[in-house]
Design a protein around this ligand. Structure first.
Ligand code: MN
Ligand code: MN
Length: 286
């Protein structure tokens, strides 16, 4: 259950789970992922220190905001937007665990509601562009969130990394919205620099990773990035990161919880970077 946000203050990190997979185009499972990722994060097999030096354990700036369960339909999306809106309304930084990728649309609406439409630069990690106008008749599908976000003018830039499923209809949509696509086939991680200026939002679809690193996803797309690749890119961001999501982990497909551990690692690295880049932080505070 969503917890009251009275403890939240500006530049704190709020971890919120959204248990929803009603808009998954292929299979169910991601709705079960927030507790599984949290279980991996607190499993005792690893500590909570990010490579940047930020420690999430007993960190007064790291708040567990609980999970929200949502039903199908537009009303559910409004509920997500309202709850995330409460978090950003305090000045805190939401890190949202999906759920499938459909949830990014209402989350982004809430974040754009605070920082202004057209202010945010999105760094989107994914095997797929998720730019379909509709998918099998569903405009809220997990294959569509970035079409909704861009047609509403919610973002200044959409930078996609790791794409390896760019078909003709989505290429057309990318051109329509001026999406900056960095396909996996042409990505040089060392020289990659999208020159992001704040506020930045990170949307992290677990299937950006090669299935060898993250088999617990619904859509296997071989030829993906390594865990090291994505962490290297995230560590290079210097602008303030005002929100993020980690989506499409599917516990039903996982092996020995190894993908849950990867998602937990991304909580540490993305969350740590959000705290580090926020105003007034010092390394290892807390
Ligand atoms: Mn996606
Ligand atoms: Mn994907």
């Amino acid at each position: 259950m969503f917890k009251p946000t009275v403890d939240l203050k500006p530049d704190m990190l709020a971890l919120l789970g959204v248990c929803s997979d009603e808009n998954s185009s292929f299979m169910r499972g991601p709705a079960e992922s927030p507790p599984a990722i949290r279980g991996a994060l607190h499993s005792g097999s690893a500590n909570l220190t990010a490579e940047s030096g930020i420690d999430l354990a007993d960190n007064p700036r790291f708040i567990e905001a609980g999970d929200i369960s949502v039903q199908d339909g537009a009303e559910a999306f409004m509920g997500i937007e309202i709850d995330v809106g409460q978090i950003v309304g305090t000045g805190a930084l939401p890190l949202v665990l999906g759920g499938d990728h459909a949830i990014t649309y209402p989350v982004l609406r809430a974040v754009a509601g605070r920082y202004g439409p057209g202010a945010i630069s999105i760094l989107h990690f994914d095997a797929h562009p998720d730019l379909y106008d509709d998918f099998e008749g569903n405009r809220l599908s997990n294959a569509c969130p970035f079409a909704r976000i861009m047609e509403e003018g919610l973002a200044k830039r959409l930078v996609q990394v790791g794409i390896r499923c760019l078909n003709a209809p989505q290429k057309k949509q990318a051109q329509r919205f001026g999406v900056e696509i960095h396909e996996a086939k042409a990505l040089d991680v060392k020289s990659f620099d999208p020159a992001l200026t704040g506020p930045v939002y990170i949307s992290f679809d677990m299937d950006v990773l090669d299935p060898a690193f993250a088999p617990g996803v619904s859509h296997f797309e071989p030829g993906g990035l390594s865990v090291r690749d994505v962490i290297s890119i995230i560590h290079k961001i210097e602008a303030p990161i005002v929100g993020a999501d980690i989506v499409e982990y599917n516990p039903r497909r996982d092996i020995h919880n190894m993908t849950a551990m990867v998602a937990a690692k991304m909580v540490k690295e993305i969350g740590g970077k959000m705290l580090l880049n926020a105003a007034g932080d010092t390394v290892g505070s807390g």
